[in-house]
Ligand binder design. Structure first.
Ligand code: FMN
Length: 247
């Protein structure tokens, strides 16, 4: 067994080893939680950098932010399709003869990350439920069409704001896909890949005028249970919630 298997198991619990109680009111946080630290070389000479170009991508990066207040409106199927295609879908071109290129880079092009969508807000186009993103056909596998009460969403994510989000994009890792090649280090590569996908979701959201927020505050066991995965060979690694921002 890999150490990372044990390690991942030990950090599944939201309040796992080493965590501290976080006061709800930020005014009660210690000063060190509210300060950004910068590495400084003191008086070392510096090369000043010129102003950068304003491209559409740099504008989306500058507009990227975490949104914590949503209108509870559903996403259109077009919007979800765009988010999935350009965060983790096949985008044309090829890595090599056998493998199509995706929106995110992947260590060794082993693509350990699977993506699911928990649709909290129903629409005629897409009823609420649990879906798996089928990358090869750019479609959604219907795992479970069902409604979510606020209480049920509260059993998946700790923050109340999630209850008004349209959906959660959940990334899991099928660890063996890259650990067969990279062993222990494959674990690190999988987490990095999920981060790339998450950033794509942030940038696409900024471009589309959507709100989104990365969600470390998840109850992984409960999410794994509704996804129907064992949490060991395939396990939740990251979620990003999306929805129409309250203005
Ligand atoms: C891995 C990761 C997990 C995060 N988890 C949460 C979370 O559980 N709840 C939350 O409100 N924000 C979460 N965030 C968002 C950060 O709080 C946010 O990125 C940070 O405050 C900077 O704000 P900005 O994204 O608007 O620039 C998370 C961000 C990252 C990268």
């Amino acid at each position: 067994m890999f150490l990372s298997t044990l390690f991942h198991k030990s950090l599944k619990q939201y309040k796992g080893p080493g965590s501290v109680a976080i006061p709800k009111n930020p005014a009660e946080w210690p000063a060190s939680w509210k300060r950004i630290e910068y590495k400084s070389y003191g008086n070392l000479s510096q090369v000043g950098l010129p102003d950068s170009l304003a491209t559409s991508l740099s504008k989306s990066i500058a507009a990227r932010k975490s949104t914590r207040s949503y209108t509870a409106k559903p996403l259109s199927l077009h919007t979800l399709s765009h988010l999935l295609r350009y965060s983790c879908g096949e985008v044309g071109g090829a890595v090599d003869n056998a493998r199509k290129r995706r929106a995110q880079p992947s260590g060794g092009a082993m693509f350990p990350i699977e993506t699911y969508v928990l649709v909290f807000r129903s629409s005629l186009e897409l009823p609420s439920g649990v879906y798996h993103y089928a990358v090869a056909t750019h479609s959604l596998d219907i795992l479970w069409q069902r409604s979510f009460t606020a209480e049920e969403i509260g059993q998946l994510y700790i923050y109340e704001k999630v209850q008004d989000a349209a959906a959660a994009i959940v990334m899991t890792s099928v660890f063996a896909r890259n650990q067969q090649k990279y062993g222990e280090r494959g674990y690190r590569l999988a987490l990095i890949e999920a981060g790339h996908i998450g950033q794509n979701v942030y940038l696409l959201s900024a471009e589309l005028g959507l709100g989104c927020c990365a969600m470390a505050g998840s109850y992984d066991h409960a999410i794994e249970s509704i996804l129907g995965i064992d949490g060991v060979t395939e396990s939740v690694v990251y979620s990003v919630i999306v929805g129409e921002p309250k203005r």
